[in-house]
Ligand binder design. Structure first.
Ligand code: CUO
Length: 662
């Protein structure tokens, strides 16, 4: 049953304009009240800075001013003595602080305070569904909830392909860009890895800069495979900031908070110098170029200039991590003054290209918000370029030597796939699922309002790996599974260097190896990259029943993770050729000594583990993160502890309702 609680808020917490209606507000919620919780009356901290952002405006993590305000609010939330004080300050903030910023900062605080680990953060798609779907849905939802009582409501259907027609070639991959789960993952990732806070420990997480590089590199690899499946070229880097951006994007999203439509970007828009006093942004395009040149200079010279002018060498151990922090950038950049804020400001320039001087009083486009950025084709062009800059560094490293790649005495004789679509074939199709909209509507429906949407799905499968352990004793190995396209846009085989950069991580797990032959069977569902559908969408029916238990806490943190329904690319009706790769590396060289009890670690590949070290000592993307100039093809690269298998992804153009799938 519904157990709604009412918070009894000290009267002076209400903003003046609400004072008269305080009783009404109380009464309105009072109907449903199961119990009343008095909110502690505390000496309120100074909230002037975060209150500078108007209530009804958009909020962007990429805008330096917003970032500073959010950093301040996070610190306020982090510094509250206990949960009751936190609750008290929140009830004060709720009617005053911009809701997007409030939600973001509170979510960061809940994730990072030791005393809030069991507290549920409502899924973002529920809180702000307007960032994820066609606004028509909300009009329909209002009709439905006004007319029909909650038990009899039919779900509202979110249309497929509503942002562009087939005339736009980019529309062929809109199902990927506009996937709700993918956008939720990206929002969650940036929530777990904030750029800014006075509390450095929130930002300064183990290998955070490297994970920024790797997680986004993987997004590009995945998107490129998706494009190749759909007859599109791999994404073109956005590298000349003076040239127009060919792709337009018309998001067709409305902001319920700002009561505005998100602005579009027309085809062939060029970014321009920004002068928007309202956002306290004044920046020239040449600034981006200067930062870019300095970043490249650091890589060329393999040394970083510190604020005091000293040079520190970029060492192999920490290099990519430092570069990631410099690029993003976050407050742990080794020199933010000098290397600036290239990646974040790229988002800002692009998101304001339609109104760089605010003359039309427009807000930023979807590139300005981590919850919506992945919808826009230009996101991938920008991040391809970012990835190329990181790759410049990786090309500076010497190739892995045999002792890094080999695992003495361990031979992987084969890898294959078994599943419903036949051996070494993965079947894909459309699936129709349901998500709860109730919480995030700007009116208050009684009971639930469901929305149905269509997304890509695949048939589950098993990896079957045959490993021969000739060492004469038991061993522990790390199994690393990747998938890559085999041919380019013209059907020609990919050279090894292109193919290694196109490798998509599918899974990584530890396994014991008895002496002799071992058959390892591992389910696609258990991927270290993905989280299950139920967790992406916080399906309430799948939720551990007792809030406050460790399981419930994990459930809340673990919103970060690639959505499982997007584990593999769509494929083609004829069967899209891919190569599956498996390697077993020596666990003694991979392992990180730490206690994982009570931590959420099943999507660690792209998200890391809460409050722990990244659970793999190797470079992220190993063994494909470095070039191997001696290898012209993948087979040249193979060692006895690796195997490959040609596979195929076969797409069937049917839509199946979720429940009847298994
Ligand atoms: Cu995730 Cu550019 O970093 O969006």
């Amino acid at each position: 049953g519904e157990d709604k609680a009412v918070f009894e808020i000290p009267e002076h917490y209400y903003p003046d304009k609400y004072k008269a209606v305080t009783t009404t507000i109380a009464n309105r919620f009072g109907d449903d009240a199961g119990r009343t919780i008095p909110v502690r009356n505390i000496a309120l901290p100074n909230l002037n800075l975060p209150m500078e952002l108007p209530y009804n405006e958009q909020f962007s993590l990429f805008i330096p001013k917003h970032r500073t305000m959010a950093g301040k609010l996070i610190d306020i939330f982090m510094n509250m003595r206990d949960v009751e004080d936190l609750q008290s300050v929140c009830s004060f903030c709720q009617l005053r602080i911009n809701p997007y910023m409030f939600n973001y900062c509170l979510s960061v605080a809940i994730l990072h305070r030791p005393d809030t680990k069991g507290i549920n953060i409502p899924t973002f798609a529920e809180t702000f569904p307007d960032k994820f779907m066609d606004p028509k849905v909300f009009r329909k939802a209002r009709e439905v909830s006004n007319v029909v009582t909650s038990g009899n409501r039919l779900p509202v259907t979110i249309p497929v392909n509503y942002t562009a027609s087939d005339t736009e070639p980019e529309q062929r991959v809109a199902y990927f860009r506009e996937d709700i789960g993918i956008n939720l993952h990206h929002w969650h990732w940036h929530l777990v890895y904030p750029f800014d806070s006075a509390d450095r420990s929130i930002v300064n997480k183990d290998r955070r800069g490297e994970l920024f590089y790797y997680m986004h590199q993987q997004i590009i690899a995945r998107y490129n495979m998706e494009r190749l499946c759909n007859g599109l070229n791999r994404v073109a880097r956005y590298m000349n900031f003076r040239e127009p951006i060919a792709e337009g994007y018309f998001p067709k999203l409305d902001s319920q908070v700002a009561s505005r439509a998100w602005p579009p970007r027309f085809a062939d828009t060029t970014i321009r110098d920004l002068d928007r006093p309202v956002d306290q942004i004044r920046a020239d395009v040449s600034q981006l170029e200067t930062w870019r040149d300095r970043f490249i200079q650091a890589i060329e010279s393999l040394s970083i200039t510190l604020p005091n002018g000293r040079q520190v060498p970029i060492d192999e151990e920490r290099g990519i991590d430092m570069l990631g922090n410099m690029m993003e950038s976050s407050i742990i950049s080794p020199n933010r003054q000098y290397y600036g804020d290239l990646h974040n400001m790229g988002h800002v320039f692009i998101s304001y290209s339609h109104d760089p001087d605010h003359r039309h009083l427009e807000q930023f486009g979807v590139m300005g918000d981590s919850a919506t950025a992945m919808r826009d084709p230009v996101f991938y062009r920008w991040h391809s370029y970012i990835d190329d800059l990181f790759a410049l560094y990786k090309y500076k490293l010497s190739p892995y030597t045999d002792d890094k790649l080999d695992f003495a005495g361990i031979r992987v004789s084969s890898i294959s796939l078994e599943g419903a679509a036949g051996s070494n074939t993965i079947g894909t199709f459309w699936e129709l699922s349901t998500v709860e909209l109730g919480r995030g509507l700007d009116f208050t429906p009684r009971g639930s309002v469901l929305a149905r949407f269509t997304h890509l799905q695949h048939q589950e499968f098993n990896y079957v790996i045959e490993v021969n352990n000739t060492s004469g004793q038991g061993a522990m190995g790390t199994v690393r599974i990747f998938m890559a396209p085999t041919v380019n846009e013209n059907g020609e085989p990919l050279a090894f260097d292109e193919q290694r950069r196109a490798m998509v991580e599918l899974d990584k797990f530890t396994t014991g190896l008895r002496p002799g032959n071992n058959t390892i069977r591992h389910r696609s569902l258990d991927s270290s990259v993905t989280i299950p559908y139920e967790r992406t969408f916080r399906d309430q029916s799948a939720r551990p029943s007792d809030p406050g238990t460790p399981e419930a806490a994990d459930f809340d943190f673990c919103g970060c993770g690639w959505p499982h329904h997007m584990l593999v690319a769509k494929g083609t009706p004829q069967g899209y050729p891919v190569v599956l790769f498996a390697m077993v590396s020596n666990w003694n060289e991979d392992r990180v000594e730490q206690d994982l009890v009570g931590s959420c670690n099943d999507a660690a590949s792209y998200c890391g583990i809460r409050d722990r070290k990244y659970p793999d000592r190797r470079a992220m993307g190993f063994p494909f993160d470095r070039p191997a100039p001696h290898a012209n093809t993948l087979s040249d690269f193979l060692r006895p502890n690796m195997a490959v298998q040609e596979c195929s992804i076969r797409f069937t153009d049917t839509t199946r309702p979720r429940q009847q799938r298994r």
